[in-house]
Design a protein around this ligand. Structure first.
Ligand SMILES: Cc1ncc(COP(=O)(O)O)c(C=O)c1O
Length: 442
């Protein structure tokens, strides 16, 4: 082995959470589960045109049922808020509200959609809320709890509520990492006592809880770790300070149980390789980072809550899942427009439909619904935008691929639709599959 290769291997082995090679049989059975229902997907494409976002209502409802049931069983008093930023289509939001979920919003725009959806309980979190956004929250204080992000925001909210001669229910967000970019969220744990004292003098803002959020959790380690640190801080508060805490919101960040699927370019080996400037190309191998089941998330979080929080406060636990609920409920359907080489096709959809260069690093099977077969072939599947970074994948599952073929990229519900952008090409229409019937959504 040459020097740079052995450095790469050592560094790669030393890297935590390095993905493992994704078992081909597992991908194949995932692909088969969609091929079994290819008729309905092909019908959607015929009836409503291409490209399309296809929402499966039953999947969305099933995820909502699973998540709530698991957490309701793990803890005595739980409330679940769907994080709208993960997919803000108003009918997805409404479907979840009708299923009994509450909403987590991060802007005035999202708050308005949440209010229009009929949600009875909305938490509004995020940094840099404007006066206009906070005014909307105060005007709808019967349904909105503001999760305050800073001392300055506490003052602003107090002024707005005082001007309207009313009061608003609120909580305070705690930062989970006092270093780096996550500092922008919330206040440090060390300032909690001072914040609660300041809030005591803000008679129009009624603090009732605490919130934190950690992201991209393949397992509950970060949530459990912060719960332990929070418990330590609670132990040092006065009884009076603790007595106002009616809820602790543990945020979202639950990764779906199928794990994180990545291209070879998203492995430590590939990162190191580019760092030491050897060539690195995407290979036919796919990789997977394992994630924990939602039952295990709930079990470990509940254990941490009982150990570290309940000795000091007896309160409701709130959760704000986004990705976990909507990821599997939306798929993309596109059509091959041009075959420019044996191993390069151009599709009608561009990645403006998902808003970022996701598939340069993430892997999802591109399924050829028109020529079904559970065999994967190497082929560049590219979009029709005038940028080389318009990539759907480097392979497809099927017998062959030709112009006119309908392709499916399943389980694209989270952080794609809500990041879509008007860029060069029009955006796909949205179709909902409800009880085996297709319906175009506006
Ligand atoms: C405050 C807050 N809550 C919840 C979520 C939802 O996270 P996820 O979709 O990973 O569950 C986010 C995502 O950024 C967030 O910022």
């Amino acid at each position: 082995m040459c020097d740079s290769e052995s450095i790469l291997k050592t560094a790669s082995g030393a890297t935590a959470q390095e993905p493992v090679i994704f078992n081909r049989d597992e991908i194949s059975s995932f692909v088969s589960s969609f091929l079994r229902r290819r008729d309905i997907f092909l019908q959607a494409s015929r009836q409503y045109g291409s490209p399309l976002y296809l929402v499966e209502e039953s999947v969305l409802l099933e995820r909502a049922r699973q998540f709530t049931e698991v957490f309701y069983q793990a803890l005595p008093d739980v409330r679940v808020y769907y994080a709208m930023k993960s997919n803000n289509h108003h009918l997805i939001v409404k479907t979840l509200v009708n299923a009994g979920l509450n909403l987590d919003v991060s802007s005035g725009l999202e708050l308005q959609i949440a209010l229009d959806s009929g949600a009875a309980d909305i938490v509004f979190s995020g940094p840099g809320k404007t006066e206009k956004e906070l005014t909307l929250a105060v005007e709808n204080g019967d349904r909105t709890t503001v999760l305050i992000d800073s001392f300055g925001e506490l003052e602003l909210l107090q002024r707005i509520a005082a001007k309207k001669d009313t009061s608003i229910r609120a909580g305070v967000r705690l930062t989970t990492d006092i270093n780096g970019l996550w500092r922008k969220f919330g206040i440090p744990l060390k300032d909690l006592s001072q914040f609660l004292d300041a809030a005591k003098h803000s008679n129009h803002v009624l603090i009732h809880g605490l919130q934190f959020h950690t992201s991209w959790n393949l397992d509950p380690y970060n949530q459990v770790d912060f719960i332990a640190r929070l418990g330590n801080t609670l132990s040092k508060l006065t009884c009076e300070q603790r007595s106002i805490i009616e809820f602790i919101d543990i945020g979202g960040g639950f990764w779906p149980s199928q794990g994180e699927w990545v291209q070879s370019s998203n492995t430590a080996e590939s990162h190191f390789s580019s760092a030491i400037k050897t060539s690195s190309t995407v290979t036919a191998c796919h990789y997977k980072r394992h994630s924990t089941t939602i039952e295990e998330f709930a079990r470990q979080i509940a254990k941490a809550v009982r150990t570290h929080l309940f000795p000091y406060v007896s309160c409701r636990i709130c959760a704000e899942p986004g990705r976990w609920l909507c990821n599997d409920a939306m798929h993309l359907l596109l059509t091959v427009l041009d075959k420019k080489a044996k191993d390069l096709v151009i599709t009608d959809a561009g990645t403006n439909a998902i808003g970022w260069e996701r598939f340069e690093t993430d892997y999802f099977p591109v399924i050829n619904l028109s020529r079904p077969e559970t065999i994967e072939h190497e082929c560049y599947i590219l979009g029709s935008l005038c940028t080389p970074h318009d990539v759907w994948g480097y392979s497809y599952w099927g017998k062959d691929i030709q112009p006119g073929d309908v392709l499916m990229i399943p389980t694209q519900g989270a952080y794609t639709y809500s990041l879509r952008q008007e860029f060069i090409k029009p955006l796909p229409a949205v179709v909902m599959l409800e009880k085996k019937c297709l319906r175009e959504l506006d």
